[in-house]
Structure formats: C-alpha cells, structure tokens
Write a protein that binds this ligand. Sequence first.
Ligand SMILES: Nc1ncnc2c1ncn2[C@@H]1O[C@H](COP(=O)(O)OP(=O)(O)O)[C@@H](O)[C@H]1O
Ligand SMILES: [Mg+2]
Length: 451
Amino acid sequence: MSVFHEKQMNYAYKYGVAGALFGCLFLGAAWFLGLYFVSLMPTFSNIIQMHIDNPVIVIVDTAPIVLGVSFYYLGSAYQSLYVKNKEALDNSARFDALMNSAFDPIIIMDHQGTVLDFNRAAETTFGYERQDVIGEQLSGLIIPFRYRGANDHGFKVLPETGEGPLIGQKVAIEALHHDGHEFSVEISIERHSISADGSDKSAFVAFVHDITARKETAAQIIQASKLATLGEMATSVAHELNQPLSVIRMAAENSRRKMSKGSVSAEYLTDKLQRIEEQTARAAVIIDHMRMFGREAKEGPELIDPRNVIDNALDLIGEQLRLAGIEVVTEFPKDCPSILGHIIQMEQVILNLLTNAKDAMSERGGALTITLRIFSDQRNVYITSEDTGGGIAENALPRVFEPFYTTKETGKGTGLGLSVGYGIIRDMKGTITAENINDGARFTIILPRVS
Ligand SMILES: Nc1ncnc2c1ncn2[C@@H]1O[C@H](COP(=O)(O)OP(=O)(O)O)[C@@H](O)[C@H]1O
Ligand SMILES: [Mg+2]
C-alpha cells in the first residue's frame, strides 16, 4: 500500500468499499432469487440447505471480496491518472503564468530554430500574434535580413555541438519588428533538454531585452561629453584660428601700405593674395572640422585610417599644445591597416587623451612631450599616447575610466572623457588601458585591424 499516495488511497478505498457493497447486494439478490425459484422462504436454515444442495453457490459468496478488491485497484488506477493529469494542468498553468508575466520577450524554439512558444511580451515587442509565429522559423521573423545567414548557420551547428554563437551568452544585436523597423536588443539563448524519454532532444529558450532606450542614453552621454570637450577646446580652436587670421591681416596690411606708397608690383600682390587664399582655406578646414565634430554620429561604422584620426585631432588642438610649450612627437608607420568605427568618435577619444596630457603637464617644468605612436601586428592596431606629466596618482589609476571620476577642479574636468572613450573603444571591439611609465602616463588603445 505504501506505493500509493495518500489521496490515491482515498479513491482506492472509496472504490473498494463501493465494490464490496455491490458484491453483498449481488450476493443477497442471488440467494433471494435462488430460493424464490424453488418457492422457499429466505430463512437462515433454507440458505444453509441451498448451499448443501448446490455447493457451486459458494463461488457467488466471494462476490463482495472479488468486487471489492477489483474496484479498489480500479480506484487507485483512476486516482493516479487524476493526480498526473492535475499536475500536468497545474504545470502548464504555472508555465503560462511565468511566460506571460515576464516583462521581457521569451521565445522557445526547437533545435532547428522553429518557434514553439512566444510569450506576451514578445508579441508586443515584435508586433506578432503568438498563433502566427508558432511553427515558423525564428530567423525569418525577427532577425534582420543581413544577419540571417549567420543565424541559420548558428542553429545548424547546434544539434551536433550544443554550441552556437548565441548560446549561453548575452549578445547585443539588431532585431526586426513586424512593421519592418529595426531596434536594438540583447539576446541570450539557453539550451534545455526537453525529452521525457531520455532521447537527446533540445529546446532553445531565447531571452530578449529591448535596449533601445539604453542605447539612446549612451549616445546622449557621448554627445554631451563631446560638447564638453568642444567647450574645453574652445580656447584651443581660437588659437588655431588666430594663426591664419594674423597671417591674413599681415598680408593685407603690407599690401595696403605698399599700395599707398605707389610702389606695388602685380607679382607682389599676387603672392599676397595667394597667401590670403591659402590661410582662408586653412581656417575653413578648422571650422568645418569643429562643425563635424559637434554633430552626432548617425551613420554606421566605416573604415578609418588611425593616422588621419591623430592628424585631425592635432589640427584642432596642436596650436594650443605648442603654445603650452609641449612638443608633440608622432611615430606613424608608412603603411597602416584600417580600423572600423566612427572617425569623429575616435577623434573624441584622442582629443581627450591629448587634453588630459596637457592638463597633467600644465604646471610642470622640464621637457614636456607627448608621444603618439601607431603600430600593428597580425591582428591588431595599437595606438599609444605617452606624456611627461608625472603620471596618474596610484589611488586614481584604477578609477580613471569611471564615469564622473576627475581630479580636476570643478568647471575644468567632467570626469567623462575617459569613461566615454572606454565605451567608444569597447563598441569598436577594442580595449583602452592606462599605466604609468618613467615620468608620465601611457594610454594604450588596441583595436582589431580590418585590412
Ligand atoms: N595623462 C594623464 N596624466 C595624469 N592623470 C591623468 C591623465 N589622463 C587622465 N588622468 C586622470 O584621469 C582623470 C579622468 O580623466 P577624464 O575621464 O578624461 O576626465 P577629466 O579629464 O574630465 O578629469 C583625470 O581627472 C586625471 O586625474
Ligand atoms: Mg579629460
């Protein structure tokens, strides 16, 4: 009996007792009818006599026991079915509750990427009805066209290896809404065995998190910090513009003076006007650059030459560094592999490194040098910036990439430069690190080479 559940016992007993009662009824009826047909009264002595005349009736006497026991087993069988069914119903109700109360989309697929389940959050996030996607290929629904090949391949290698590019880790990708617009999500896929019979059958559960808002905030921070950098650079740009302006003024002044004396040759004038033209062009380049730098990067990443990045940054801030008595040394290779990213964002990173170096060196004597190097190996491009500003304080070193960490007085530093730079480099699949060298700090940027 111990194999039965307590509740099961209940049903088994109820059935058993009912069976036994029915057996007694059957027995009574059999005796009564037997005596009735031979026209005898149903008394105790007549019943005994009937048994003596027909010993086969003893078989009928076992009816209550036989029926009782049979019904008992029938009851227990019914009970266990009932319990199992109820458990299944409960589980499925719990599963539905879990799926549909989840705040984030959850999608269940088989090993071929066919959708088995799609929760309510997934319906609202992707704009599909559950019944329309069940049985469809996930890749054909929510993955933008350009990623589809990779995704199909990812699922194809699943059954053999149990691994795929998305399995067991969070990946940020673009997803496709039913109405055709793309948005950013973070997706992680877990593999689960779902077979009841022990066969190697897997389901893949995809957890999706819409990160559009987060990405927008990150973009806003980059933009804000860039505007702050622009503010910090304002003086530098003024210096930068001052130089062509004074050359222009000199050329104009000299020409005018010569003309008033009446001794001016056409050759002289042509030379001066050419000067003016060149310097105006230079000023225009700087202003264009400022304008471009202030714009928010909307286009996708592009191939960039790291040498251009540094040259552009020096265009904007070089004059100010010279005025601060800082020598800038650049060591660039003749041929340089490209990197993938936004040139303006990359400039933002370098500009902040240069401003930081200048700030570190501003109150120091001795040789003030910033050395910028670019080199590469088989896999990566390295950009380093070294200064002679005395280095980063030991307690500050682990914190310089934290947002809002600054050792500068209020109004001078935002503490965002390096943390935003860190994010930009990370998005380019690279790293940026800080260390102290002999007499200053060295920042190293490592980025994957693309060509
Ligand atoms: N080249 C450097 N030499 C010394 N300290 C540095 C250097 N670069 C960065 N730091 C330190 O890192 C801090 C954070 O830099 P950053 O994120 O650019 O913010 P901010 O320049 O606004 O202070 C700086 O306040 C400074 O203490
Ligand atoms: Mg800074």
